[in-house]
Design a protein around this ligand. Structure first.
Ligand code: PGA
Length: 254
């Protein structure tokens, strides 16, 4: 398995000035970056250029939070994967539950976005996860397996090698409720089995599986210590440099 992956999803927070300041603080805090952790920052689109500058001297990568699936054209208000590649993104978050829920993104749209990101040599961070109602109705795995199946079925041979997957239970996002270790482990193992069945052992076992949903400095180490967790997707706590840096450290052995 490659290094762990810790992604800060800043969502719609901070104009360019605030983004530059936060990125500079994170960057300073990672002067001696643990070699075992890959750190990624996902500012809003308007922060991408300044964050790229702020992290230039560090092995921190840039991510976008979304993209359109077409290359260019009459799609007012949208940003293409080609544009994100040009501005320096190496990752794009795709299928975040806020996109699915608030912007009506369907499984089919998300599959096209995954393909667009891969065409531009960036890595999609594909988010999957169930709502509280779905969990209560025992539909957790049917929902997640449907999301995975749809997003990954069009991949070329080897396409999975550059995909990251984040399990984010919708009920845990921004709510302060995070899933218990056993719940996380159970879903991560099921996702791993799905990937191995679909892509074979070598490829399926190499995909990084992230957890996201109310990760904070107090619970990050407990989550990082779960064997099946290869990284974290952090929302609210990534907006405070000190908290985010503590979370990054949770993947470093004492
Ligand atoms: P949260 O968000 O850490 O604020 O719950 C996680 C996410 O939405 O990726």
């Amino acid at each position: 398995m490659s290094s762990s992956l810790v992604v800060g999803n800043w969502k719609m927070n901070g104009g360019p000035k605030a983004c530059a300041a936060l990125a500079a603080e994170v960057s300073r805090g990672l002067e001696v970056q643990p070699a075992t952790v890959e750190v990624v920052l996902a500012p809003p689109f308007t922060g991408l250029a300044v964050v790229r500058q702020a992290i230039a001297a560090r092995p921190i990568a840039l991510a976008a939070q979304n993209c359109h699936d077409q290359e260019s054209g009459a799609f007012t208000g949208e940003v293409s994967a080609a544009m994100l590649e040009e501005i320096g993104c190496r990752f794009v978050i795709v299928g975040h539950s806020e996109r699915r829920r608030l912007f009506n993104e369907s499984d089919a749209t998300i599959a096209r976005k995954v393909a667009a990101v891969l065409r531009h040599a960036m890595r999609p961070i594909l988010c999957v996860g169930e709502t509280r109602e779905e969990r209560e109705r025992d539909q957790t795995w049917s929902v997640i397996s449907r999301q995975l199946d749809s997003a990954l079925k069009g991949l070329d041979e080897g396409g999975i090698d550059t995909v990251e997957i984040a399990y984010e239970p919708v009920w845990a996002i921004g709510t302060g409720l995070n899933a218990g270790a056993q719940q996380i482990d159970e879903i991560h193992r099921a996702i791993r089995n799905f990937l191995i069945e679909r892509f074979g052992h070598t490829r399926g076992a190499a995909v990084r599986l992230l957890y996201g949903g109310s990760v904070n400095p107090a619970n990050a180490r407990m989550i990082a210590e779960i064997d099946s967790v290869d990284g974290l997707l952090v929302g609210g706590a990534s907006l405070i440099a000190e908290s985010f840096l503590t979370i990054v450290q949770s993947f470093v052995a004492d």
